[in-house]
Write a protein that binds this ligand. Structure first.
Ligand code: MG
Length: 458
């Protein structure tokens, strides 16, 4: 009799936990570093072959108008993980634009990350890959809601000890002293960069396997294709696009490996996977001492570091078999929306004590509904450079990502109609004064209410 009660209780509780697990999907964000809008087959690249991401896009929802929240690494990641423009957390400032190994600041402990919010709903959480949100106390992955952390504390071109530029086609393997860390401890230095794409993926797959019975969140932030570029022997010399293509093709194959593992584990129908890039491509032109090893923004103007579209509009793919209907959308979304969307899926409360910038895009993802019109603000450091509202974008300031010392001021602002002019060549402000007025009102409201965080990039 006792045994029967025990079996009954065991069944009862396992069905309860099964129910709980089914109600809360797993969430995986795969973030590429400096991957451009034009670098994938499904975004029109003619010679880089990305069959796995193309398949992910074909099975999921591909965004034509998905934005990184910033034009460089640190503020973009801070904004994505907190659902707030990085200027609010002090992670986007004048002067330094990203964190460096000796920076004294980092993501403030008081910020709420997606991982912290999901933990309140019983999620297991892992950070795998590049962090770049601080090495000082309070800002490190294990202090920002991640149970497990494996990866680099900052960019792979920092800690340089080589005279060969990071954009060289033949970067020396030991040219950078960046450490590979697990849960705050250095396990390898310098990190063997040609193995990172594969080892990050192995880590993510192992975490998913170990936590398949409970909901989990994995933030998989690839180091590639940020320069210096490294591909493993299996991929090196294989693409038509040179080393950059080799690196992107290896990234593609590893996204394929991750999705295949989810299918094999029976997790595909319980897991939403988002693929995006943290900012536009580092163009690495000859004038900048580069050597053709940077990515491409396709027909978008400029690249990383700039608030022209090429700096911030990036590939964005959402995948969840059985839940997200396959298709392509021109709705405007951005990586800050992943915060509100993830919390909604997990049934977690949004923070109420601070302004939030992203919105829950579930109605678009699962029902194909249009999102309400809302402005998107383009910051470069502490300057609000541009604003998009609907199809229109107004530039108040413009600046090339690199090689232009001072920004150009535009008064009256430039007005671009993005759908008909994706390369931002034609200012149509004179023909649409009412549009400009509407955007200026949105900027004025945003600026008036903005409380900037204590600068962290020092
Ligand atoms: Mg980046």
């Amino acid at each position: 009799m006792k045994n029967i009660v025990r079996i009954f209780l065991a069944l009862f509780f396992s069905s309860l936990s099964l129910f709980a697990a089914e109600g809360k999907p797993n969430i995986i964000i795969v973030l590429a570093d400096d991957l451009g809008y034009g670098d994938l087959g499904c975004y029109g690249h003619p010679s880089i072959r990305t069959p796995h991401l193309d398949r992910m896009a074909a099975e999921g929802l591909r965004f034509t108008d998905f934005y990184a929240p910033s034009e460089v690494c640190t503020p973009s990641r801070a904004a994505m993980l907190t659902g707030r423009y990085a200027i609010r957390s002090g992670m986007s400032t004048g002067g330094q634009r990203v964190l460096f190994p000796d920076s004294k600041g980092g993501l403030p402990a008081g910020e709420v990350t997606i991982a912290e919010a999901l933990k309140t709903r019983g999620y297991s959480t892992a950070h795998v890959g590049k962090w770049h949100l601080g090495v000082v106390e309070g800002s490190r992955p294990n202090e920002q809601g991640f149970d497990e952390s494996f990866g680099l504390p900052y960019s792979n071109d920092m800690d340089g000890r080589s005279k060969v530029p990071a954009g060289s086609p033949n970067p020396p393997v030991d040219g950078w002293n960046v450490p590979l860390m697990r849960n705050g401890k250095i396990i390898e230095r310098p990190a063997v960069q040609s193995t990172l794409t594969q080892r990050y993926t192995d880590e993510a797959i192992a975490f998913a396997h170990a936590h398949k019975a409970e909901p989990f969140f994995i933030y998989l932030a690839h180091t590639m294709p940020h320069v210096p570029l490294f591909a493993s022997a299996e991929f090196r010399g294989k693409s038509m696009r040179g080393l950059y293509g080799d690196v992107v093709e290896e990234l593609d194959a590893n996204v394929g490996r991750l999705l295949a593992a989810l299918r094999d584990e029976g997790l595909a129908e319980k897991t939403m996977v988002i693929f995006a890039s943290d900012n536009g491509p580092w163009l690495l032109t000859k004038a900048m001492g580069g050597n053709g090893q940077g990515g491409s923004a396709g027909l978008l103007r400029e690249g990383k570091g700039s608030t022209w579209e090429g700096g911030m509009r990036v590939p964005g793919i959402a995948w969840w078999p059985g839940r997200i209907k396959p298709g392509v959308t021109s709705e405007m979304a951005n990586a800050m929306d992943l915060f509100a969307t993830s919390l909604a899926l997990a049934g977690a409360e949004m923070p109420k004590d601070r302004p939030m910038d992203g919105v829950d895009i579930s109605p678009l993802l699962f029902e194909g509904k249009a999102l309400p019109e809302r402005p998107f603000f383009y910051y470069r450091g502490d300057m609000l450079m541009a604003c998009r509202l609907g199809p229109w974008k107004a530039h108040f300031w413009t600046q090339a990502g690199y090689g232009q010392e001072h920004p150009d001021s535009h008064n009256p602002p430039l007005l671009i109609h993005l759908p008909s002019d994706p390369s931002e060549k034609f200012d149509v402000a004179a023909e649409h004064p009412e549009v400009l007025e509407k955007i200026q009102a949105a900027v004025a409201a945003h600026t008036a209410a903005m409380v900037r965080g204590t600068p962290q990039l020092k």
